[in-house]
Ligand binder design. Structure first.
Ligand code: IMP
Length: 222
């Protein structure tokens, strides 16, 4: 089998991040472009259901019968908003935008940066689904953190300018807000760091790693 993974996405930022992570592992990630009207994004209460439904539809658009196809669905889950916007993240970004999320949290602020992070805790979650030519495999990745007080930076996409990832320990595990980690953005949002730095913390990278771990052939090649 070749080393090509076809990624069904309309989001150039996601494509760039998947390429950035999978290229060094020996994979060529190519955009699988399908007319939007041919892929229906179901409104479901969890990301995995959405990813599975997209992957099933993608199977009707395989570039070749043996092709590997990747889909991925992500969302921002804010604790103080009971997980909103979550599966409604794309709609919330279009309607409220980053400023709207900041307004919803305006009453939750503190001069103490650690306390502010606790009050404004949130996480990104990504669910990646891969059809490897024979089976469907699902990978999940989380990135805990907090919502910034204001927009910061112009890197990345979506909610990146308002999301500060939690620091990580030497094994890549997230730490509480009062502990300085081995990996840290030092309070900067994903919007204020470059793609390589975002990858260290990224929910998307973790979801792709989780996928690869479940595919003996892929992890051996990688
Ligand atoms: P999607 O449905 O997976 O494309 O994503 C839902 C919404 O979350 C979209 O508006 C994305 O822009 C946003 N989103 C997904 N992943 C990220 C990320 O890594 N950073 C910032 N926003 C993201």
């Amino acid at each position: 089998m070749d080393n090509i993974i076809w990624f069904l996405t309309g989001n150039a930022g996601k494509l760039a991040e998947a390429q950035h992570h999978l290229h060094p592992l020996g994979y060529e990630v190519r955009l699988l472009s399908v007319d939007g009207e041919n892929i229906v994004e179901p409104q479901a209460s969890d990301l995995e259901t959405v990813a599975r439904a997209k992957l099933e539809q993608a199977l009707d658009h395989l570039p070749s019968p043996q092709a590997r196809v990747l889909v991925e669905d992500a969302g921002l889950f804010v604790d103080a908003l009971n997980g909103f916007p979550g599966v409604y993240s794309a709609y919330a970004l279009d309607t409220l935008g980053c400023h709207g999320i900041l307004r919803l949290l305006a009453h939750l602020s503190s001069d103490d940066p650690v306390q502010a992070k606790r009050l404004r805790s949130a996480r990104f979650r990504a669910v990646a689904g891969l059809w490897d030519g024979e089976q469907m495999v699902i990978g999940v990745g989380d990135c805990p953190g907090s919502i910034a007080a204001e927009l910061q930076g112009e890197e990345g996409f979506g909610f990146d300018p308002i999301f500060i990832p939690a620091d990580l320990d030497s094994e890549g595990q997230p730490l509480p807000p009062d502990v300085l980690g081995e990996a840290s953005t030092h309070g900067m949002t994903f919007g204020a760091v470059d793609r390589s730095k975002k990858q260290v913390f990224s929910h998307r990278r973790r979801a792709l790693d989780d996928l690869i771990r479940q595919l003996p052939d892929l992890s051996k090649q990688a």
